[in-house]
Design a protein around this ligand. Structure first.
Ligand SMILES: [Zn+2]
Length: 313
């Protein structure tokens, strides 16, 4: 567990010890902020029959079953797969109805019954309404752990019936120290943490999945486009082949950082053209919003890169 999650965990254990732990808990924080890990940890802890030092033992029968993914008193509600193998975009009402039925049964191990719902912000309206009924009828030793990185997308009625468990990002030096302890070099840690908006867990993922290299490529591509050394169609093709959405948000980040940085060094655009940058960032953010819709992404990206080239000409 990270040092900044530890106090949140300690408070959870205190609530549990004082029998103040709510029936519904909302684990929230930034994307990859560690709230999912905390919720999973609490589920493990609640189910374990031989807890040791504020953690699940990992060796009791309950822990074995949980590790094998077959604990009868643990349910995971998530986005189901569609026929074409992609994930559905919503958690449906049937999933929640089935969960409520399951919660009305007696726990097979005689202990807690735990449901993990993630991402909770993907509950559709009927599913959220169905969940509301369950949240309004708390039963002892039944826990609903909702996990989200978009709390405001949950209906206020659901939010207000849950105890909020929030993970907040640590100060930069705590994050850097933690990254260093994970084997990340000082230079990489600093870059990755910046790219991840100060979120150390996200920074670690970025570094592990080639995010730093991608950021370099995006920066190079934007530079090559603005000097006419590269064609928007070619860059769009390359971006489409590997993490296009990620590259798009990196491009926006770079352009914003560039606009903010003082001094001409490292800039692609003269100060006089900043209004053009602002317009482009707006366009890019609009593209990011539209990305989840079924549309021709490569065309969208090519248009955006073309407009980048033109606004830098
Ligand atoms: Zn155990």
């Amino acid at each position: 567990m990270t040092p900044w999650e530890q106090p949140v965990w300690t408070r959870l254990l205190e609530s549990l010890a004082q029998q103040r732990l709510a029936h519904g808990l909302l684990f929230c924080g930034p994307a990859d902020g560690g709230q999912a890990e905390l919720a999973a940890r609490l589920a493990e802890y609640l189910l374990c029959s031989q807890r040791v030092d504020g953690a699940a033992c990992g060796t009791c029968r309950s822990c074995h079953l949980r590790l094998a993914g077959s604990h009868p008193d643990l349910r995971r509600i998530r986005l189901l797969e569609r026929d074409d193998g992609r994930l559905k975009t919503e958690i449906g009402v049937e999933q929640i109805r089935e969960l409520s039925q399951w919660l009305s049964l007696t726990a097979q191990f005689g202990g807690a019954q735990v449901a993990l719902i993630e991402p909770a912000d993907k509950l559709n309206v009927s599913a959220a309404n169905a969940l509301l009924k369950t949240l309004e009828e708390p039963a002892s030793n039944r826990f609903l752990l909702l996990v989200t990185d978009a709390t405001d997308r949950l209906p206020a009625t659901v939010r207000s019936r849950c105890q909020r468990v929030e993970v907040r990002l640590p100060p930069a030096d705590t994050g850097l120290q933690w990254l260093h302890a994970q084997g990340v070099s000082a230079a990489d840690a600093e870059r990755a943490l910046k790219l991840a908006d100060g979120n150390p867990r996200r920074a670690l993922i970025l570094r592990q999945d080639g995010g730093l290299q991608r950021a370099d490529e995006v920066w190079r591509d934007l530079g090559a486009l603005s000097t006419g050394r590269e064609l928007p169609t070619r860059v769009a093709q390359r971006w489409m082949a590997d993490a296009p959405e990620d590259r798009l948000s990196m491009a926006v980040r770079w352009v914003c950082a560039q606009a903010k940085s003082s001094g001409e060094k490292g800039r692609l655009t003269p100060q006089a053209d900043f209004h053009k940058l602002a317009a482009w960032v707006q366009q890019a953010n609009e593209a990011r919003r539209r990305w989840s819709a079924p549309l021709r992404h490569e065309l969208l990206l090519t248009g955006l890169l073309l407009s980048w080239q033109e606004s830098n000409r």
